[in-house]
Design a protein around this ligand. Structure first.
Ligand code: FAD
Length: 566
């Protein structure tokens, strides 16, 4: 095992299989890997998957690896169950309970999947290859670069934190994206308490150390605030009695409400519960800068600027683009976008063999209006400006297949408008439907068809969808079964991706949660928390992690959380 040393010159090894592996000049110890990542035998098409998060693993779980040469590149050799990260920050759940090694996950599938612990640093779509770099942080291997060719590339690298270029945020704030972030926060919280009770500190200094500020009132920020509050009330207050009246948790939100992507009832319940718990929610505030001592913000209402001292700040305000994706977007003319635009089949626009799923991608909605017009134009064969009821219903079916987001909307308030178009003023069924009238009704829909949210639910469904397409690629090439093309002749090979929303939860601490389920079903309180426990236990990716998570919850109920700083 190991890598023989070669000279410092750039070595370009042409391997017997025809693939290329390039090594960086800057590294002292370089060599050929024991396994050639470019080996293509027996001439299977190669699918390269970037990322082992929700989207990547969901694809790998169902992908039939006996059909392809599947290679996975990710700097993280495990999958992390991100919805439980806030619980890791205070030890309600242990870090190792929410991760599953990627090698464990892929070995159970059909066929062999090769995994390379490396980061993709450059995508070269023109030459169908990617440049990868692994860094194990030691002198033995050092930075190691290699090129990997692909026939199909699946970009599932997720997103990174977004600081909106706010000064001091990168240096002085915590983030909660990765398991390491959660572990770091856990240590820092304990540090704040230990520092606050040291002898010789003024009350002001103690209060500063025990002021926990959360910037961003979305689900992650709110859940962290709730976990922190529970940790203090249930465990730390007994261990640090001196801190009892000094601890303060503040949530700073730029919008008017916290949890504003949730139903209003949940958002209101959360605000009221936080008020009762003593968690301060400051809405309508924009953070201007963060230093190691305080956080400066501006009130939107009166323009007033104020600074508040802090012990720890969690920055949780949204997501930004990873550099490798940014660079790729520049190459393919999408530089002005935040995430990669794909079509409804999840293929990156302008690239035939590159797919993008999860947080790094979005289905391009700008084309929708144009598409709706084309669909109508194609259906209105005699250019009369009207459609028969049958033609009209076909158009609606086609629109719903292409743009599933419309369904929810049509089903709710505007369905009546659409139906009205099928009736004459006397309420009798029409024989023909006026296209312009329908387009008018659709103009409301247009504004409702926003991008899909950046959630694990979307990412996992996209991964599962793409694996099905790839598994059935050959079969579908012979028998296309998807919807009719309206620009060219023939049919699409697959039906477009269709997102199914199964609802969302917001744990609010004190064994209470808000739950929003399909069909406008909203519930808040203790029963929702038990529903949350059952759903999150069932959603674990393996029986091993399920057992670990449930036993962590049980341990916490019996013994409380561990406050050691390790
Ligand atoms: P990720 O899961 O982030 O995975 C990206 C993968 O790409 C990682 O393996 C990473 O190591 C790898 N990678 C990064 N850069 C490179 C590179 N250059 N080359 C190769 N690989 C790379 N969603 C919900 O639906 N419900 C929830 O309750 C929920 N709670 C959340 C709580 C927290 C604290 C957080 C942070 C997120 C939560 N989300 C939740 C959102 C959810 O986690 C994301 O939407 C989801 O992880 C997106 O999946 P992804 O596969 O696109 O990205």
């Amino acid at each position: 095992q190991g890598y023989p040393a070669y000279s410092k010159l750039l070595v370009l090894c042409t391997l017997s299989s025809g693939g290329l592996v390039a090594y960086s000049e800057s590294q002292p110890d370089i060599g050929t890997p024991d396994v050639d990542p470019n080996q293509k035998e027996p001439k299977k098409k190669r699918v390269v998957v970037l990322g082992t998060g929700w989207a990547g693993t969901s694809l790998l779980k169902d992908l039939d690896a006996s059909l392809y040469d599947v290679q996975v590149v990710s700097p993280r050799n495990y999958f992390a169950f991100t919805p439980l990260l806030p619980s890791v920050t205070v030890g309600t759940v242990e870090a190792r309970s929410i991760v599953e090694p990627i090698r464990n996950m892929v070995k159970k599938g059909r066929g062999e999947v090769k995994y390379w612990e490396a980061e993709c640093v450059k995508i070269d779509a023109a030459n169908n290859n990617i440049l990868c770099r692994s860094n194990f942080g030691n002198n033995l291997v050092g930075d190691r670069e290699f090129l990997l060719e692909y026939d199909y590339l699946v970009i599932a690298v997720g997103a990174q934190v977004n600081t909106f270029n706010t000064p001091g945020v990168m240096e002085n704030c915590h983030f909660l994206k990765e398991v390491e972030d959660a572990q770091k926060i856990r240590r820092s919280v304990i540090d704040c308490f230990e520092m606050a009770v040291l002898p010789g500190l003024s009350e002001e200094e103690r209060r500063k150390n025990l002021h926990f500020v959360i910037v961003g009132g979305g689900p992650t920020g709110v859940e962290f605030a709730a976990e922190l509050h529970d940790f203090f009330e249930e465990d730390l207050v007994k261990l640090y009695p001196m801190a009892k009246d000094l601890v303060k948790i503040s949530v700073i939100q730029s919008g008017d409400h916290i949890l504003n992507t949730f139903d209003e009832r949940i958002s209101t319940f959360a605000e009221e519960k936080f008020k009762r718990d003593g968690i301060e929610v400051q809405t309508g505030c924009r953070v201007l800068s963060v230093s190691d001592k305080d956080i400066t913000m501006k009130m939107k209402s009166n323009g007033e600027i104020c600074s508040i001292p802090h012990g720890l700040v969690l920055w949780s305000t949204g997501i930004g683009t990873r550099p490798v994706v940014k660079d790729f977007m520049e190459q393919i003319g999408q530089a002005h976008r935040r995430v990669l635009a794909t079509n409804e089949w999840l293929r990156v626009k302008g690239c035939d063999n590159v797919y993008a799923i999860g947080d790094c991608a979005t289905i391009d909605q700008r084309k929708i209006k144009e598409d709706i017009s084309s669909i109508f134009k194609a259906a209105d064969k005699d250019n009369s400006g009207t459609l028969t009821v049958k033609e009209f219903q076909d158009v609606i079916d086609d629109l719903l297949i292409r743009y599933p987001q419309m369904e929810l909307y049509l089903k709710s308030m505007h369905l009546s408008d659409v139906k009205d178009l099928l009736k004459d003023p006397q309420g009798n069924d029409q024989k023909e439907v006026d296209i312009e009238g329908f387009k008018l009704a659709l103009s409301h829909v247009d504004s409702q068809m926003k991008s899909l949210p950046a959630t694990a639910q979307v990412a996992a469904q996209q991964g599962a969808y793409l694996s099905k397409c790839l598994n059935r690629r050959l079969q579908c090439e012979e028998n296309p079964e998807g919807p009719l093309r309206f620009r060219d002749s023939g049919r699409h090979r697959f039906r477009p991706f269709r997102y199914k929303h199964f609802g969302q939860f917001a744990p609010l601490g004190g064994e209470q949660a808000g739950a929003e389920l399909p069909g406008d079903w909203v519930s808040v309180g203790h029963s929702s928390q038990w529903l949350w426990y059952s759903v999150y236990a069932s959603k674990q990716v393996s029986w091993r992690t399920r057992m670990l998570v449930v036993s962590d919850w049980t341990r916490r109920f019996i013994f409380g959380r561990d406050s050691s700083r390790i």
